[in-house]
Write a protein that binds this ligand. Structure first.
Ligand code: PLP
Length: 383
């Protein structure tokens, strides 16, 4: 009987549904920018930075052109470069380690925890030892709030403090989440996020931001954002980038931030429905004590021996898209395989790369559509 029904494709992330909800407010925000024509550094940029400060509790927010630039700018500001090591999880999006390598420093890849997919503190300690054995100076740790869940910031902060390293939190997927009741954006020296459209808080193009309580760092980041300019605009005092956030994107983000809290709640409901519907057939994601998630991805682990490609094909045949984040951990990728990994290897990252798969997740996934996804997953596993 089902064959006679037209199969409606389910969107993986429904940007259009959010666009419908925001309706005229986005059009009007863009129109205001078209009216004043301050496309670079218009009033909306400072307005957004103030709104992000209020939302996160960070003392300074510096918006920028992308999440990758946000990471790179902090590393540049801290003078990280050749001969330095920065500890990064290997099971992450490539930009985490890429930003380190772009400075000339060496990313040292460490393993993740198999329950939370986030940086494993014991592996960080081993990675610091590995860096020293290789004659590198360990400078920083970059935890990632992967798939939207806060990393274990106390554990990582404690190691960083005892080893004299600074912490740069890669919250490109985790902005809006919290750790022990405090919002992401206030852990470590600085936090970087991305406003790429598919991130939990996305704009309509590329964008990013840096959060810090350190006034001196914030001032340096504002200089790096514009080619390292000094107080005399014709005397550039350091190397920088063209890394500003467009005014139009800031205007869009101001409107989106107004509904973000509500969207986070909706994403958590979707995650709870998945956990109830799938918890007894696959390994569903688990939140660690004190951690919340904004569910940038809903990533499950398939039972041992499942043919992942066959599983994805079975869902696709029913109009349900899936994605694999990440089929290769960073240390397994061509551009990164010569960088060091923490002593003892990265067995969890490698195993996760083989058995994870992500399901449709967004704030507008209604219960009926989600039930289709749940039944398709259950059906694919029992056949
Ligand atoms: C998306 C992402 C980035 C990079 O953000 P862009 O805005 O695309 O440059 C960095 N780190 C992680 C973990 C990401 O998911």
């Amino acid at each position: 009987m089902n064959q006679h029904l037209r199969i409606e494709p389910v969107p993986f992330i429904d940007v259009a549904a959010q666009r419908r909800r925001l309706g005229k407010s986005i059009d009007e925000a863009i129109s205001r920018v078209l009216g004043h024509c301050q496309f670079i550094n218009g009033p909306e940029v400072a307005e957004l930075e103030a709104a992000l400060m209020a939302f996160s509790g960070a003392k300074h927010v510096v918006t920028c052109a992308s999440g990758t630039d946000a990471l790179l700018m902090v590393l540049m500001a801290k003078g990280v470069g050749r001969g330095d090591a920065v500890l990064c999880p290997s099971f992450t999006f490539c930009a985490t380690g890429e930003a380190v390598a772009l400075t000339g420093a060496t990313p040292v890849f460490v393993d993740v925890d198999q329950e939370t997919f986030n940086m494993d503190a014991a592996s960080v300690s081993r990675g610091i030892a590995t860096a020293r054995q290789q004659g590198l100076t360990a400078k920083a740790v970059m935890p990632v709030d992967l798939f939207g869940q806060s990393a274990d910031h106390d554990a990582i902060g404690a190691i960083a403090a005892s080893e004299g390293l600074f912490v740069l939190d890669d919250a490109a997927q985790g902005f809006g989440a919290s750790y022990k009741g405090r919002r992401i954006g206030t852990f470590g020296l600085a936090t970087a996020t991305s406003f790429f459209p598919a991130k939990p808080l996305g704009c309509f193009g590329d964008g990013g931001a840096i959060f810090t309580d350190d006034a001196e760092l914030a001032a340096m980041l504002r200089s790096i954002r514009v080619h390292g300019q000094g107080s005399d605009k014709y005397d550039n005092v350091r190397l920088g980038l063209t890394a500003r956030l467009d005014t139009v994107q800031a205007a869009i983000l101001i409107e989106k931030l107004k509904i973000f809290e509500d969207e986070i709640a909706a994403r958590n409901e979707v995650a709870e429905r998945y956990a109830r519907g799938l918890g007894n057939v696959v390994t569903v994601p688990r939140l660690a004590a004190g951690c919340t998630s904004v569910w940038a991805q809903y990533t499950i682990r398939l039972p041992e021996g499942t043919d992942r490609d066959g599983f994805a094909a079975a869902l696709k045949a029913q109009g349900i898209p899936t994605a694999i984040y990440y089929p290769k951990s960073m240390h397994q990728q061509t551009a990164y395989r010569d960088f060091p990994v923490a002593d003892g290897g990265l067995p969890v990252s490698e195993r996760l790369s083989e058995d994870v798969i992500s399901l449709p997740m967004h704030a507008y996934l209604d219960a009926a559509t989600q039930e289709r996804v749940i039944q398709a997953v259950r059906g694919a596993l029992s056949s």
